[in-house]
Ligand binder design. Sequence first.
Ligand SMILES: Cc1cc2nc3c(=O)[nH]c(=O)nc-3n(C[C@H](O)[C@H](O)[C@H](O)COP(=O)(O)O)c2cc1C
Length: 219
Amino acid sequence: MKKLLYVTANPKGIEKSKGLKIGEAFLEAVQEECKNIEINRIDLFNYEFPQMDADLVSARGKLAGYGYSLDQLSTPEREKISKMHALANEFITYDSYVFVSPMWNFNSPAVLKAYIDNLFISGKTFVHTANGPKGLLTDKKAIHIQTRGGKYIGTPMQELESGDRYLKIALCFLGIKVYDTVVAEGFDLNPLKTPEILKQGIINARIAAKQFANELIQI
Ligand SMILES: Cc1cc2nc3c(=O)[nH]c(=O)nc-3n(C[C@H](O)[C@H](O)[C@H](O)COP(=O)(O)O)c2cc1C
């Protein structure tokens, strides 16, 4: 049985979001290829998770930097870092991850970065070695489905894209080297073209899903 975590960062809901529609098509196609799969969902706009606030930053520093034990932390620090570790422990149990987010101001919605912040735990998801940091989440696959209002691919705007780039950097740092992206872009340039761009996005997602599922079976 393979496990897939489907993480969405879009408050619009599936009726209004093109990305969420493309994401569902992706999941459907994965399930057609890989029958023996458990899928769990996290909708980051309706999900409570630790934020990197003063308590969490302090707890992180005390545990990692100063060798404190959990019982030496304040109650809020202990509660928040325990939730952060629980989130990371759960994340680690998956073989594969699908992230769906729109481009917002060249990046992803902030909730996605806030969620990813919970995964960086030295000794759990990465370690420091004599040769530099090493990700521990190996043998896992991730894909990012990103919708964009403008056009970036093959244009001077390409360099401004920071959401997909960041997600790839973060997950690769943690050891998830197999990373793909499905992009559907140009939605806001001409609303009449929305159905066409959406249709192509769904086709691309289904193609990517087949490959994703086949690689997943081999993990
Ligand atoms: C707050 C906000 C910021 C946005 N910033 C960008 C941007 O920097 N570049 C871009 O191409 N589109 C931007 N857009 C447009 C969306 O990326 C675009 O409408 C996309 O198709 C939304 O996908 P969805 O239907 O899945 O939500 C922005 C939209 C919102 C709401």
